[in-house]
Each structure stands twice: as C-alpha cells, then as structure tokens.
Ligand binder design. Structure first.
Ligand code: FES
Length: 274
C-alpha cells in the first residue's frame, strides 16, 4: 500500500450475539500515520466511530498471543502487522476462522486450550519429589535443547488453527497448536510423559489426521513450524510401535548431565520472531 494516504479504510466483520442473527460487515475511515499497525487502527475505529467494537489485545508487542485475527485474508497478529505491509488500501478484518465467535473480532478459543491441556503440555517425571523440590538443575545440553527450542516460541495465538484446512473440516482433530506443543514436551529430555500423551496421540485427535498442508507453519507469526512437529511426532509414534522409542526419563536425572558438557552454545531463536 502507498503511504501517501492520510486516511485508511477498515472493513470489519461485526457480530453481537445479543443483537445480531448473523455477522455483517461495516466500514470506517480512520486517519493513517506512517508505521501504524492494524491494532492501532482498530483503536482509532473504536475511538472515532464505534466504541462497542470488541477484540482481544494486551501486550502490543507480539508476545501475549491475544490479538490473532484474519487480516486481509491471512491469520496474523494485529499488533505485529503494519498497515503499510498490506498490499491494499483497505484493511479487511474478521475474527479467526475455525472458531465460534464470542463477539466481533473475539474468537472462542476455549476448545483449543482444552485440547492443549488434554495433551499435558508440561514436564512429566516419575521423580515427583525431585521435580517439586529440586536439589539441583535438570541438566540439558545445548544439543538436546536444539531439538525442541523453536516449538517453545509458540504463543498460542490460534493463527495456525485458523489456517489449518484439516482443523476446519474435521471436528475430531486436535489441530497444530496442541499437537506441536505435545511434541515440544515429548522432545524434551527432561520429560518422561510420552507414554501418557501417547494414549491421546494414537487416537482420533492425534497427528494421523494431519494431511500436511503446511499452512500452520506458513502463517505462524513466531516462526514456529508445527507442521514439522506433527511429522516428527508421527515418526516417534511409528518408532514406538516398532519398539524403537527411547525412554529419555528418568535417565536424565537432576544435576547429572547426560553428555558431561556444560550448558553453552545455546541455539539462536528462529528467524521470524518479532
Ligand atoms: S497484543 Fe499481544 S500479541 Fe498482539
């Protein structure tokens, strides 16, 4: 978009379940300033035209994951999208697809978080006493960290879920965020929860429903590659079926490095982080 304009159009999908029977579109003109983000424009719409416009946002810096929405046809973070980046003089904003709408641009993300929680996204260990009251560091080498580091950058914004064609059409599928995070913990050498998570992963919500469209990874605003996580998870499940899965925990007990090396050479963050 050219930045010569003094004003910019916002086309926003509105829906108030207490008044509307179906979503509808409304248009607004707001003053444009160079460097303005889509989120800043929404605040202008609220200030100048429609105080009732609803969306979620908090950090305004691509960290909290609350401002995911469909912007000019692509799931993005409103705070991390400059209007000048869009190849249009109109900013078209709708709630993230594949979720029910609470109101206006607010999607109902509770089902996504329920799937996430069901896959136990935390470190599971048998030595509960050591986990709860650690006497030393749960050592992990830089090489071990590298296996899952990029997946820790997920901010649970739901953009990957909104882009996934399988999640759009298959109500049983957990979706890329919960599965990617399950892989993040399965790949963590401090974790021993693979057997527990496997109960869900081999079932209906698991990775076998993924058609590997790859849209989840294309839209992730943090450079995470959930499509890769899901394919690696499939491999892990096949290894387990063949009896080749390696139990990582509790061999890597607190304070005893598995490779005898100090924690150094921490890998770089993925390139597209904000
Ligand atoms: S407001 Fe926190 S990620 Fe956009």
């Amino acid at each position: 978009m050219s930045t010569k304009f003094e004003n910019i159009s916002y086309r926003i999908r509105r829906f108030d379940p207490e008044r509307d029977t179906a979503p509808h579109w409304e248009e607004y003109r707001v003053p444009y300033t160079p460097g303005m983000t889509v989120l800043e424009g929404l605040w202008k719409v609220k200030e100048l035209h429609s105080p009732t416009l609803a969306w979620r946002s908090s950090c305004r810096m691509g960290v909290c994951g609350s401002c995911g929405m469909l912007i000019n046809g692509k799931p993005r973070l409103a705070c991390n999208t400059q209007i000048a980046e869009l190849s249009s003089d109109t900013v078209v904003v709708a709630p993230l697809p594949n979720f029910d709408i609470v109101r206006d641009l607010v999607p109902e993300l509770a089902p996504m978080f329920a799937s996430h929680q069901a896959l136990m996204p935390y470190v599971i260990r048998e030595d509960v006493e050591e986990r709860e009251h650690p006497t030393n560091e749960f050592f992990q080498s830089a090489h071990e960290l590298e296996h899952y580091l990029q997946f820790t950058y997920c901010i649970k914004c739901g953009c990957c879920m909104a882009a996934c064609p399988t999640f759009a059409t298959d109500a049983l599928y957990s979706g890329p965020m919960p599965l990617g995070q399950a892989h993040r913990y399965n790949s963590d050498t401090r974790d021993g929860g693979f057997a527990a998570r496997k109960q869900m992963l081999v079932g209906e919500p698991g990775p076998w429903r993924c058609h590997y469209a790859g849209e989840c990874s294309r839209v992730c605003p943090k450079g995470v590659d959930p499509a890769k996580a899901i394919q690696l998870m499939k491999r892990e499940l096949v290894f387990d079926y063949l009896g080749l899965h390696k139990t990582k925990c509790p061999a890597n007990v607190a304070g005893k490095p598995t490779d005898g090396k100090r924690r150094d050479n921490i890998p770089e963050a993925p390139p597209h982080t904000v």
